[in-house]
Design a protein. Sequence first.
Length: 322
Amino acid sequence: MIKENNDINRKVELLIKEQLEGWDLAHKNFGALENAHERIVSLGEHIQVILQHNPERIRSTTAKTDIHNIPDESLCFLCQANRPVQQLSVPYPGNIEILVNPYPIFRKHLTIVSKTHTPQSIRGHFETMLSLANDLWSFSVFYNGPACGASAPMHFHFQAGDKYYMPVEREFELQDGDVLIQTNNSRLIALDNYLRKVLVLRGNNAQELSRIFKQILGVLEKLMPGETEPMLNIICCRAPKEWRTFIFPRGSHRPSQFFLEGTNQILLSPAAVEMGGVVSCPRAEDFEKLDSKLITDIFKQVSVSNPLWESIKTSITQSEWK
Ligand SMILES: [Zn+2]
């Protein structure tokens, strides 16, 4: 049984209203987003991408994400001591605070942070993600791994934005998929032809979903060994009768075009929102230049390769679920 917590959602909606009125930076950047240019690019049948020209996102797009080179606690912008005094928060159980993100992609955009300075990692936090998606029922909650999109890999956080704005949340039901797991309460589907590789986990039993997620993470850890956790992005939202979780295992953080020079360069660092189908471009030239061919190529580059994808699917189906 899924119960929503109207109180938290209401408090957060009020927080947004208050911050947009009383915090200059939020007022300015959310106002600019209202007038941001957007266009839809069709990549195929029932596959669309929303392109957004969003100059304020340049910091996170070009952030230095080398985990050996990150600032310490005294410079961390998610630590309470370093946040602007105008930035208010709503407390959430489990040592968490909900803040307004002053550099929005969504009309309602939150950063959800741990009260303590602890590294970004999804292990042990997936249950919290389900709980947040449940309580923040007008939002989708998302997670960027420390090596693929988190702008503060040294401080644990989620983000959240308007539910159903990201195309994947609407399009996934229209895609062909391989059913990898099916129980009375849960279903895990692999979308093969969605131009980026995604595992869709849906169900209404939080405990079982958490157990399946742990198994998926175990498979990814085995097949994608890295310095930290396997590269991945996750989006989670709550539909009336189930949670829907979209897991994107990643092959690389940035496409080759990011590192080119001159007119061939495209400043794009795909994270959960981009994998979900909202591509935010800080530079006007990239916003103009991106078309279905380039976006398809970028999705392919930053997703896992076909052979690895097949191994992931096989290992998941061979895992023991009980
Ligand atoms: Zn911190």
